[in-house]
Design a protein around this ligand. Structure first.
Ligand SMILES: [Zn+2]
Length: 253
């Protein structure tokens, strides 16, 4: 059912949240656009203009690793200071109220953690771009550490002391999905009686399977997204409105 207008949609969503025992949000790029972070996959987005560096290419050449870090530091200048938006703050309020046990996200921007949700309760399907790890020994490196060495060497990506390559902690195209977050996302999906997909076009598999799995398990499904998705027909409520406007009333929950 598609909400007629913003106000009636919000009222219906508030009612569904109030009646639910366990609410699991699933978030995509749309929740972060009001924070100034572009949706890379959208029409006109960065990845329609510049081909992303695939995992195999990153492993294969020093030039690609250098280019990967060059792009990452350019991103930092654009939106390194991004703050959580209204959608993030609303979910954090529901988390504090005990309604939301954890958030599943396709985003890599760390904004759910910045809004006050504990790191262990943010299930990142595509990793996190706000720090780096060694691909061999998994040692964590801060971006500032990488940036200093990158700059000092004239734009060469540094390696770990163990000899491994250092890469942002994201899941690149061609890199396998992380097992632990996938399992946790599955468990959360099966535990909820209300699943809310927020700002995801639900086209990237296997992540897009979670709303379907929740619905099949008997949960009610709400989809909040600017554009139609292929799951709108099975959703109990669809809100094609601005995410910040939809969730603003939940911030003081
Ligand atoms: Zn290492």
């Amino acid at each position: 059912m598609i909400a007629d207008d913003l106000q009636s949609g919000i009222a219906r969503l508030q009612d569904m949240v109030a009646k639910a025992d366990v609410v699991v949000p699933f978030t995509g790029a749309g929740i972060s656009t009001e924070c100034g972070i572009p949706d890379f996959r959208s029409p006109g987005g960065i990845w329609t203009k510049m081909r992303p560096i695939e995992f195999g290419d990153f492993l294969a050449s020093q030039e690609m690793r250098d280019e990967s870090w060059r792009r990452r530091f350019a991103m930092e200048e654009q939106f390194g200071d991004a703050k959580p938006g209204r959608g993030h703050l609303a979910l954090a309020a529901l988390y504090r109220a005990g309604k939301v046990p954890g958030v599943i996200t396709q985003n890599i921007d760390n904004l759910h953690q910045a809004s006050g949700i504990a790191s262990q309760d943010v299930v990142e399907l595509h990793g996190n771009t706000t720090y780096a790890t060694c691909l061999e020994c998994a040692k964590r490196y801060e971006l500032l550490w990488v940036k200093e060495r990158y700059a000092a060497s004239g734009g060469r990506s540094p390696d770990c002391a163990c000899g491994g390559y250092i890469k942002t902690a994201t899941v690149s195209f061609g890199q396998s999905m992380p097992e632990a977050p996938m399992q946790r996302a599955h468990d959360l999906t099966q535990s909820c009686d209300l699943f809310i997909s927020i700002g995801s076009s639900l086209v990237v598999w296997p992540a897009a399977g979670f709303p379907l799995s929740a619905k099949r398990n008997g949960a009610r499904l709400v989809i909040v997204n600017r554009d139609p998705t292929e799951f709108d027909d099975i959703a109990d409520l669809v809100l094609r409105h601005d995410i910040g406007a939809v969730f603003a009333p939940f911030i003081a929950h």
